[in-house]
Design a protein around this ligand. Structure first.
Ligand SMILES: NC(=O)c1ccc[n+]([C@@H]2O[C@H](COP(=O)([O-])OP(=O)(O)OC[C@H]3O[C@@H](n4cnc5c(N)ncnc54)[C@H](O)[C@@H]3O)[C@@H](O)[C@H]2O)c1
Length: 256
């Protein structure tokens, strides 16, 4: 029987209870990883069974750690719980994210700061603890950040804080790849296009049409599982010489 692509690895997926994060966690578990789901809520927004219970029910290992990634104390608790339970960290996926709609004129400073805290500063914070742990282990590691095409090729009109935060995540990825490449810690970023998740269903109301139009090269919205397969590849040994890369999984949005 062939080994799973992530057999023996421990992975943290932030925001792993819904949408893209849930699909990533399930794909990782299928490939043999032990999962730590770090999210604010244990319950799913649409009432589905929490991800860690789905994994446990199919014989995998997974825990849920209540975490607000923008709070330092929560992130520290996330790492101590992960290490108590699994003793190591091999893969981090910075997936948690929020969106706020508005151009500069109609975005409040409070909304700007809230989006920056979750979508950018938290990626720095969680990565910082991950890198420290990976360096202590001395076995290398893997970080995959989830940005967005909004922060790369084509900002969606009226989502200024989100687009700028995601652009920051892309650059943070390159900087980390450069700083830690020599320590065998690979850092890559995936930019999804419009993807069918609770975020597009409930939080970007009014913008979904613009998003889907922007993703018209393939003429359809993406599924979370299609993003997850790209993240799985980057997390695996199959991508052993890839770091600092931005992988667009966007149905061709970047071609427009
Ligand atoms: N859906 C899309 O079209 C799309 C496109 C490009 C990028 N993305 C990015 O993909 C990622 C996943 O989004 P999604 O579409 O699955 O949406 P989603 O709303 O289903 O998932 C976001 C997750 O992040 C969690 N989260 C939010 N704030 C948090 C916090 N402070 N601490 C911990 N967890 C927090 C939420 O609870 C949720 O589980 C996000 O970073 C998003 O920006 C989504």
């Amino acid at each position: 029987m062939s080994r799973g692509m992530l057999e023996g690895s421990t992975a943290i997926v932030t925001g792993g209870n819904t949408g893209i994060g849930r699909a990533i966690a399930l794909a990782f578990a299928r490939e043999g990883a032990k999962l730590v789901i770090a999210s604010r809520h244990e319950t799913h927004r649409e009432g589905l069974m929490p991800t860690h219970l789905v994994i446990q029910s199919s014989g995998g290992e997974a825990i849920f750690v209540p975490t607000d990634v923008s709070k330092a104390a929560d992130v520290e608790a996330l790492f101590s719980t992960t290490l108590e339970r699994f003793g190591r960290l091999d893969v981090l996926v910075n997936n948690a994210g929020i969106v706020a709609l508005g151009s500069v004129g109609d975005t409040s400073l409070e909304d700007w700061n809230r989006v920056m805290a979750v979508d950018l500063a938290a990626v720095f914070l969680v990565s910082k603890l991950a890198v420290e742990q990976m360096l202590r282990q001395g076995t290398g590691g893997n970080i995959i950040n989830i940005a967005s095409e909004d922060g790369y090729v084509y900002p969606v009109p009226g989502a200024v804080a989100y687009s700028v935060a995601k652009a920051g995540v892309i650059f943070l990825t390159r900087q980390m790849a450069l700083d830690y490449g020599g320590k065998d810690i690979r850092v890559n970023v995936v930019c999804p296009g419009a993807t069918d998740t609770p975020m597009t269903r409930y939080d970007t109301v009014g913008n979904v049409e613009a998003i889907v139009k922007a993703a018209a090269t393939m003429g359809r919205i993406g599924q979370p599982e299609e993003i997850a397969e790209a993240v799985l590849f980057l997390a695996s040994e199959r991508a052993s010489y890839i770091t600092g890369h931005n992988l667009n999984v966007d149905g061709g949005w970047a071609c427009l």
